[in-house]
Design a protein around this ligand. Structure first.
Ligand code: URA
Length: 212
């Protein structure tokens, strides 16, 4: 499994404002989109393209366009939804599937409550969007869900990650010879006793959409 912690001064600036507890939902949502667009640039480095011939106003030339089948973007509801616009801004022709997962606040175990995805993901490049890699339980369950539908090429994009979550992902998928990649905006210090990332940004879903 390949792990990249993105590193860019603009990203650092936007993450700092995002983390600040004084940042209100509208700004938080706008920043999340901007951060995801920056992460998506990194995450799509290996996106498949195919060669095409085109005619410019001046001459014939060879170029590259996104290959078919189109990539599939999968935001994990609810907080991953806040990342969707930032991702599709960069890759507007991608198809979007949805996976609803919730983690139990006591056990921290994830369960699936909704899914709208193609039955067969064989040969599709999949991009999972989930802002917080905390224990890793949700992301591991989401990756396993896509693997069960035939996906093999899976990239997860998170805004923040905890070392515990990365260790859990490595334990789950290392040595399985699957091209699974994680791109994250920052690697934080640890999880606290409630399973929140420290220093983190709090509950990403609540900060995006309020406590409902
Ligand atoms: N989910 C969140 O929204 N925040 C955390 O810190 C951990 C998991």
């Amino acid at each position: 499994m390949k792990i990249t912690v993105a590193n860019h001064p603009l990203l650092a600036h936007k993450l700092t404002v995002l983390r600040d507890e004084k940042t209100k939902s509208p700004t938080f949502r706008a920043l999340t989109e901007e951060i995801v667009t920056l992460l998506a640039y990194e995450a799509t480095r290996e996106v498949r393209t195919e060669n095409v011939q085109i005619k410019t106003p001046v001459a014939m030339t060879q170029g590259n366009v996104l290959a078919k089948p189109k990539p599939v973007v999968v935001p994990i509801l609810r907080a991953g939804l806040g990342m969707l616009e930032g991702m599709t801004r960069l890759i507007p022709t991608a198809e979007v599937g949805f996976l609803g997962m919730i983690r139990d606040h006591q056990t921290l175990q994830p369960s699936t409550y909704a899914n709208r995805l193609p039955e067969d993901l064989t040969g599709r490049q999949c991009f999972i969007l989930d802002p917080m890699l905390a224990t890793g339980g949700t992301l591991i369950a989401a990756i396993e869900f896509l693997l069960a539908k035939g996906a093999r090429d899976i990239t997860a994009i998170t805004i923040l990650a905890a070392p515990e979550g990365i260790a859990a992902l490595e334990k789950a998928f290392d040595g399985k010879n699957l091209p699974i990649t994680l791109i994250t905006g920052a690697l934080d210090e640890k999880l606290n006793e409630k399973g929140y990332i420290v220093p983190g940004l709090g509950d990403a879903g609540d900060r995006l959409y309020g406590v409902v």
